[in-house]
Design a protein around this ligand. Sequence first.
Ligand code: DGL
Length: 273
Amino acid sequence: MNTPQPLNENQPIGIFDSGVGGLSILESIRQTLPNEQLIYVADAAHAPYGNQTDQQIIDHSLRVCRFLLDQNVKAIVVACNTATTIAISTIRAIASIPVIGVEPAIKPAVEQSKTGVVGVLATAGTLQSTQFEKLSNLYGRTAEGHSVELITQPCNGLVERVEAGDLNGPVVTQLLEQHLQPLLDRNVDTLVLGCTHYPFLIETITQITGSTVSIIHPGEAVAKQVERRLESESQLSPTHNQTPIQFFSSQANKTYRLRFESLLKQSITLNAL
Ligand code: DGL
């Protein structure tokens, strides 16, 4: 258990993912909360998390969170569906600060689906978790009580393609076609991106699904949740923090830094974890 320290509204917010996927959440947070100082950690040496055991995912997540707690963050955003569904309760047990996770956005998808058929793309780890089962049971029907068909699709291979910087090449396009076709065959009209790496594939996904399928990206909802939590703790930074975002990775080489830069469209310094 980390020693609780008095919270200070000028402390940074820590955000982490197994790799670059959480940058899709970081973008939303920096737009919604421009005053905040941010620290981002990619646990690239251990990515992808999605095919590992629960214990491995918990161990990796705790290691990163301990690092963030040492940086004196005032909140942790688990910008990874897999780590959220499997490790968030263990993280909360060691952190005496707000810990906000990312879960597949089934609720808004069910609310907006017209065909009553919703597709969920996620890692195998997320889809097999008991937390995902709870979410599906809780939100898998409309406000009027009609049940909605939730079609889940484990997307093996996609995290690795995004980590390798392949957002629209032939390999990732073929993988996406394989993963999406069964959902299109079932008349899905709404697609939940249940992994934070997938928003970087939206253009390629849309080329395959066409524009009639709505795609739900969780970034904005997560950023609003971070804002609400910090507001309720009186921890929102009142003034603009000039410190640039600090980026860390458990695998910090030039190639990986360039990956960050091309996704963020800005130059960065990538520090070793
Ligand atoms: N971005 C992570 C997620 O949201 C990827 C998990 C992985 O590393 O497999 O699930």
